[in-house]
Design a protein around this ligand. Structure first.
Ligand SMILES: Nc1ncnc2c1ncn2[C@@H]1O[C@H](COP(=O)(O)OP(=O)(O)OP(=O)(O)O)[C@@H](O)[C@H]1O
Length: 600
């Protein structure tokens, strides 16, 4: 419950006076409904349904007294007129309040959605390394609507509660002992029904974990669909999916069953209560007929509200785990926050690097409770406007070193310097403004080629786009695409071959006119001819920007000014290509030998 209160507080902060107007509207609607019910007594008496003395009923006496002595027809018309006016006013207010409610709810959800996405973009890279992407998608797509539903139910519950409260007030005014005895029965039922709320919460926990598995499973399966189909793994996946679907079905059915039991209990109890009620009225409390009619009308309208309160609580209880997921995520975000998004936007100027980037005694571990360091004792200088190649066996720490140099991860020990100044959070963002990074797994958005290029350089002209494409030997195949630059790239750029995709991503990186170009195995999927073209292009860039390259194919780094060899997270060799290739006992020489042998 504490989780919901936190969100109600947030709702209050967000909606402010609108929420107050909403609550006031609810109270007025309930009061009008109560007053309308009071008018039923004189109406029924005039029609002749019972012989009434309306003066004994509060409010009614104020209206009926001035009409005494008037003909019955006019009296009835006046009362009916007041009744209709109350109804119309109440209906109008109700309409306004419903719209206001929806506006508040949807506005609040938008506010939460934007907040989560903003916090996501403000989080550091280590947050994304630890978090399953599908869990974030799950929260944005499944948990947020549940939170929205929980808030809607909470507002509805509040309305029902206020309505019930006001109506109980009227009933108490008419007959305190009778109302009190009905309330005691209602309270006893509410205490008995607490177990239903607890069970609802357990079912809600299961709903969260099942929908999390569902989205995680679907994401994994779609990412690996080629492996599934080509390795005939359909049966295993179908079995997993079927079992999950059964469990999800059971989860929903279980909740409906639970609700039907609690609603059944309420119905039976209401029958028993009506009998008790009539008995008490006549035999014990001797309530006057007029008052009894009004009390019966009030309670006949109130009892469904009691059962709505119960079912509302149960519905809210199932959404509590979703509220909890959101709060947990907020805590994780707070711990992982790098900087405010607005401050990030304000960093417009790329960092100018004159001397270079340097690591001093740097150590880094992915998990601090794990003894293995991905990088250790790194002392390294990456000179500005030169090409540095980082090589080493798989798992040596090359990509981790790049992440550290561009400030994506922070050293556990030691420090990174740019032109002799320690890398701070602010300078790190300026540094990233200066970088174009091409990863091992080049990614294109499901949009046209033009849009994919514009993401990196929104103001690039068509001419500049073609220049970048020519630079990366992509212009020929782009011209052959059905709609040229406007061709859709498909899901993750699936429309292109691996090598074509790499060249487009490289063109995008160049288009940004970076002062540091980082290529993490960016040409691994290219054939020799295209790779040679890219090498020539990179040669042209040398001297104009700092280039850092990770490459397994050592032939591609022949022109590097500096080669850094990593092994087991340590720098074991460093120097010019020629110099290192002559050190025959060194790892670089060994790597060159392996590749020469593999070629033969
Ligand atoms: N997200 C992660 N969580 C935990 N350990 C990781 C993570 N990423 C990498 N590692 C570990 O850190 C070490 C260095 O990994 P890194 O990716 O930097 O190697 P690499 O030299 O780039 O390898 P490759 O050439 O295969 O891409 C490896 O032992 C790897 O298992």
């Amino acid at each position: 419950m504490a989780q919901i209160l936190i969100f109600v507080k947030k709702l209050h902060e967000f909606a402010g006076f609108k929420l107050h107007i909403n609550l006031a509207g609810m109270i007025v609607i309930s009061l009008l409904e109560g007053a309308g019910i009071f008018l039923l007594a004189p109406m029924l008496s005039m029609i002749g349904l019972f012989d009434s003395n309306s003066e004994v009923i509060p409010i009614v006496s104020w209206i009926v007294e001035p009409l005494n002595g008037w003909p019955d027809g006019i009296k009835l018309s006046v009362i009916l007129g007041i009744f209709i006016s109350l109804l119309v006013f109440q209906a109008l207010l109700q309409r306004y309040q419903t719209n206001l409610n929806e506006g508040i709810e949807q506005g609040f959800i938008r506010h939460l959605r934007l907040g989560i996405y903003e916090a996501l973009l403000q989080s550091d890279w280590s947050f994304f390394l630890k978090k399953r992407k599908s869990d974030l998608i799950h929260i944005m797509t499944s948990e947020l609507p549940r939170v929205s539903y929980g808030i809607y139910q909470s507002l509805r519950l509040m309305t029902t509660f206020l309505f019930t409260f006001v109506q109980i007030g009227f009933a108490l005014w008419l007959s305190a002992p009778l109302t009190a005895s009905v309330l005691i029965c209602g309270l006893a039922l509410a205490v008995y029904s607490r177990k239903f709320i607890r069970k609802s919460k357990t079912i809600g926990d299961q709903t969260t974990s099942l929908s999390q598995s569902y989205i995680a499973g679907m994401t994994d399966h779609f990412n690996g669909i080629k492996d599934i189909k080509s390795n005939m793994m359909e049966r295993q996946h179908m079995t997993w999916f079927r079992s999950l679907c059964y469990r999800m079905e059971h989860n929903f059915v279980q909740f409906t069953r639970l609700q039907s039991v609690s609603q059944y209990n309420y119905k039976v109890a209401s029958g028993l209560l009506v009998a008790l009620f009539v008995f008490l009225s006549f035999i014990v409390f001797h309530v006057q007929a007029e008052k009894l009619v009004i009390i019966i009308i009030i309670f006949s309208r109130l009892w469904p509200k009691f059962s709505m309160l119960q079912s509302g609580w149960e519905q809210i209880a199932t959404t509590i785990p979703a509220f909890k997921s959101l709060l947990d995520l907020e805590k994780e975000y707070a711990a992982a926050k790098e900087m405010n998004l607005q401050d990030i936007y304000n960093i417009e100027n790329p960092l100018r690097i004159n001397q270079g980037i340097e690591c001093r005694n740097v150590y880094y571990r992915y998990e601090t409770n794990h003894s293995a360091y991905a990088l250790q004792d790194i002392n390294l200088h990456i000179p500005a406007n030169r090409m540095t190649a980082i090589v080493g066996k798989s798992g040596a720490g090359k990509s981790t070193l790049i992440d550290l140099l561009i400030g994506l991860v922070k050293p556990e020990k030691g420090e990174v310097f740019v032109d002799g100044n320690p890398l701070t959070i602010a300078s790190m963002f300026s540094l990233r403004r200066a970088i174009s990074y091409v990863s091992q797994d080049p990614f294109l958005f499901h949009a046209s080629l033009r849009e994919n290029l514009q993401i990196a350089a929104p103001h690039a002209s068509e001419k500049q786009m073609w220049e970048a494409l020519r630079f990366t030997a992509s212009d020929d195949f782009v011209k052959k695409l059905p709609q040229g630059l406007d061709t859709d790239m498909g899901d993750r750029g699936l429309r292109l071959s691996g090598g074509e995709r790499q060249r487009i991503v490289l063109a995008r990186a160049i288009l940004r006119k970076p002062s540091i170009l980082v290529l993490d195995e960016a040409t691994s999927a290219l054939d020799s001819e295209n790779e040679a073209k890219i090498q020539e292009a990179l040669e042209l860039l040398k001297g104009t920007m700092t280039i850092i390259v990770i490459a397994h194919r050592l032939s591609t780094i022949r022109n590097a000014d500096q080669v850094v060899v990593l092994n087991g997270g340590r720098v074991i060799q460093q120097g010019g290509y020629q110099q290192l290739s002559l050190e025959r006992d060194g790892m670089f020489g060994q790597l060159l030998d392996y590749q020469a042998r593999a070629k033969r």
